[in-house]
Design a protein. Structure first.
Length: 145
C-alpha cells in the first residue's frame, strides 16, 4: 500500500477549502488533505506545535496569500527560510491579480503561483490541474523528518 501524499491547504474561505478538499480526495493518487484557516495555524501545523503536535509533514502546501492574522506572504517566507521546511513545495493559490504578489511570491521561492478563478467550473479546472501535475507528474521530495 502506498503512503498517502500529505497536502496542507492553508485557506480561510470554507467554500474554497471544501471544494479543494473534495477535488483532491477524488484523485487517483492516495492523498490526505489537511486544512488550516490562517497563517498562525499553518506555521503551528508545519512545526508540529500545540494542537498539531502529531501532524504529518506535508508533501505539498497549497497557500492562499490573503489570510487573517499571519499573511500568506509571511507564511511563505517562514517556510522557505526554515531549514526543516524549505524543501516542501508551496503552490500559491490565491485570488490576487496583483503583479507585485506574483513577483514577491517567486522572490520568496514559491514553486508555483496560481490565480483562483471566480467561477466554480474554472476553480475545479485549476484544482484538477494542480492535482494532475503535482500529484501525478512531479516527484515530490522524500519526507525529511
Amino acid at each position: 500500500m502506498l503512503n498517502p501524499i500529505e497536502i496542507l491547504l492553508i485557506e480561510d474561505n470554507p467554500a474554497d477549502a471544501e471544494l479543494t478538499r473534495e477535488k483532491m480526495k477524488s484523485a487517483k493518487i492516495v492523498n490526505e488533505v489537511h486544512v488550516v484557516p490562517d497563517g498562525v495555524a499553518a506555521i503551528q501545523f508545519l512545526r508540529r506545535q500545540g494542537e498539531f503536535k502529531d501532524a504529518p509533514r506535508p508533501d505539498l502546501v497549497l497557500l492562499d496569500l490573503n489570510l487573517p492574522g499571519k499573511d500568506g506572504r509571511d507564511v511563505l517566507q517562514e517556510i522557505k527560510t526554515d531549514s526543516e521546511l524549505k524543501l516542501i513545495p508551496v503552490v500559491v493559490l490565491t485570488s490576487s491579480e496583483a503583479e507585485e504578489d506574483v513577483v514577491r511570491s517567486y522572490q520568496l521561492h514559491a514553486n508555483a503561483y496560481v490565480r483562483k478563478p471566480v467561477d466554480l467550473i474554472g476553480y475545479k479546472t485549476i484544482v484538477n490541474a494542480i492535482d494532475s501535475f503535482w500529484l501525478g507528474i512531479v516527484r515530490l521530495p522524500p519526507h525529511l523528518r
